[in-house]
Unconditional design. Sequence first.
Length: 154
Amino acid sequence: MALDPDLVRAQYPAMVPMVTTLDLEFLDLALDRCVMRLPDVAAYRNHVGGPHAGAMWTLAESASGALVFVHFGDLMADVTPFPVEATIRFLKVALGPVTATATLGAAAADAVATLESGKRPEFPVEIELTTGEGDDRLVTGAMTVTWTLKLNRR
């Protein structure tokens, strides 16, 4: 059973301190998606005035991780979620605040069923990176993080 997204939202910065380090902000966290924003801070910018690739990577991975915790946080006594692989595509130069919208690419129930069958599940979380809002919204990147649930040693 999924955790309450409000509980995850409240506890996530303590579990993942980099969220606080980069001043990442939750805009939305629900069962179907997580939306987080990286503010436009001069110290996070690169040589062309946009956010550093590492800051955008961290934003996207953090949004995916929050969504994973919503879906699998109730299993934390038995498993630990880990990213296995991540790919990111930078499509356009991002300027200003960047928003990451993460969605679970496979049903959480499928991952739990795989885990219960004695196998280690792997499942994708898709993240879209954007700047601006409304008609000025621009897709600047995309990332896929493949996650696994590793059984905890007893």
